[in-house]
Design a protein around this ligand. Structure first.
Ligand SMILES: NC(=O)c1ccc[n+]([C@@H]2O[C@H](COP(=O)([O-])OP(=O)(O)OC[C@H]3O[C@@H](n4cnc5c(N)ncnc54)[C@H](O)[C@@H]3O)[C@@H](O)[C@H]2O)c1
Ligand SMILES: [Fe+2]
Length: 451
């Protein structure tokens, strides 16, 4: 299928994406247009007929800030460049935070080998749980200090990367991880940190957030602040092919949600929209193929690029009600982040439609719905069908009941969800407690036979 980028359409947008994304740090060997067109093999043609930028953020005059401090290196086998990246950042001894699941896939050896070859010393920390608790960050920081590490590398999904990010700032700021929950509490830059995502994914390699379960309160919460932006992100699609279908699905839908929620966020701005739309296009047209055949490197590359762009979008525009409502599912019942988000997605999209009908119409169209000639409200409703269909394609359960969430906990879950302040404030429809209870109830039972 012809690619929108090579068919010569928004050259200005492409140039801006390329400049923002790759800056002066691209050494991938091919012209940018060729790289992107290779990644975007199944790219659809966006015809944003419902999207008039003049009616949206560009005209509201809402101030926004875009911070882009993370050097990005993207490409198959770029893991071999890890030692060079460490040295470029002045690192002499690496604290290597690695997802323990990677040992079984052979990836651990793949990651460690270049460091050994280049004689870069490292201390391995691989006791990472999925959905990590704060104590993993504290234990990691103590170990890194004892081992005199001056650089942190996080390899894995969001869980390992978030621990690595927190260790980096704990080494210079002192104290406990709990002290830094919230926004803007971290005062000093961390030691240099490099993130290597192996899921596609959280986008944590380019965000200023690290998310933890607080063991005391059983709630999930983030530390947020500019010192958490990684200094560098190394994205090697070959490291993601070993993801089993279930992990591919959960983490891939999570990435789609980052882009989708950033796009409809009250904090959205023209630059986050650009990232978000590209991410929605890439992810929605490649996730099925990555799920169907894990070894499809083009689809894996597109997914990793999509999750990166989605991370860029969420870093400045934020996420919304799906994420707020998924937090109690993680904190109270240990449901993986991506899975909790994915199950809630169609129900929250339906609830949000009236808050941003033009944007949901664009989302439907970008995801491939045939919306020609439809009024925008009708086109917007297609977004519900599109996300539900994608969930079905990749085996996401249709209801919370299938996750064995007890219905009697809904009032407590709803109260907790509304305390996840920033995503709630970003959401295009302001949710009340009865609204959130009603969404959970619908998600518990499901309505999809109506769609
Ligand atoms: N910091 C941020 O900006 C941000 C954004 C979104 C989510 N998060 C957080 O990230 C965490 C979730 O991260 P995740 O969804 O990436 O999952 P994860 O890191 O918990 O990993 C999920 C599972 O996938 C396995 N895995 C990872 N890569 C693999 C590979 N290449 N091959 C085989 N198995 C592999 C892991 O062993 C693990 O069992 C949550 O705690 C969530 O709150 C952080
Ligand atoms: Fe997420």
């Amino acid at each position: 299928m012809p690619c929108r980028l090579v068919s010569g359409l928004p050259v200005g947008v492409l140039a801006l994406v390329a400049a923002l994304l790759f800056g002066a740090t691209l050494h991938f060997g091919l012209p940018i247009v060729e790289q992107l067109s290779r990644i975007a093999l199944n790219y659809s043609s966006i015809k944003p007929s419902f999207f008039n930028p003049k009616r949206t953020e560009a005209m509201t005059g809402q101030p926004f800030t875009v911070t882009q401090p993370t050097r990005i290196r993207f490409g198959v086998n770029t893991i071999n460049d890890l030692p060079t990246m460490v040295k470029d950042l002045g690192g002499e001894k690496v604290f290597l935070v690695v997802d323990p699941g990677l040992a079984a896939t052979g990836l651990l050896e793949r990651i460690v080998a270049p460091l050994k070859t280049a004689k870069v010393p490292f201390e391995l920390y691989d006791k990472i749980d999925p959905e990590p608790g704060l104590k993993l960050a504290d234990q990691g920081a103590a170990l890194a200090k004892r081992a005199k590490c001056d650089c942190v590398v996080g390899v894995g999904g969001g869980s390992a990367m978030d621990v690595a990010k927190a260790v980096s700032i704990l080494l210079t700021n002192g104290g406990k991880a709990e002290d830094y929950l919230g926004l803007g509490k971290i005062k000093k830059p961390g030691v240099p940190k490099i993130m290597v995502p192996t899921t596609a994914g959280t986008g944590a390699e380019v965000t200023f957030t690290a998310v933890f379960i607080n063991e005391k309160t059983k709630s999930k919460g983030g530390m947020n602040g500019d010192p958490l932006y990684p200094d560098a992100a190394l994205l090697d699609p070959a490291l993601t092919v070993s993801m089993p279908p279930r992990v591919t699905a959960m983490t891939g839908i999570d990435a789609l949600i980052h882009a989708l929620e950033a796009f409809v966020s009250n904090q959205a701005h023209p630059i986050s929209n650009m990232y978000a739309l590209e991410a929605i296009d890439l992810i929605s047209h490649n996730l099925g193929m990555a799920y169907a055949h894990g070894g499809n490197l083009e689809a894996r590359s597109a997914m990793l690029m999509g999750s990166l762009l989605a991370g860029k979008a969420l870093a400045t525009a934020g996420v919304g009600l799906v994420h707020a409502m998924s937090y109690p599912l993680g904190g109270m019942f240990g449901i993986p982040h991506g899975l909790a988000n994915a199950v809630l997605l169609p129900y929250v999209v339906e609830y949000n439609l009236i808050g941003a009908p033009d944007k949901f119409a664009v989302i439907a169209e970008v995801m491939g719905a045939d919306v020609a000639g439809m009024p925008n409200r009708q086109a917007a409703e297609m977004a519900v069908d599109m996300v539900y269909q994608l969930n079905q394609d990749v085996g996401i359960p249709a209801t919370l009941a299938e996750l064995k969430i007890p219905a009697k906990k809904i009032p407590e879950m709803a109260s907790i969800a509304l305390t996840v302040t920033r995503p709630v404030e970003n959401n295009p429809r302001k949710p009340t407690l009865p609204d959130v209870v009603a969404i959970y109830e619908t998600a518990m039972a499901g309505w999809m036979h109506e769609h």
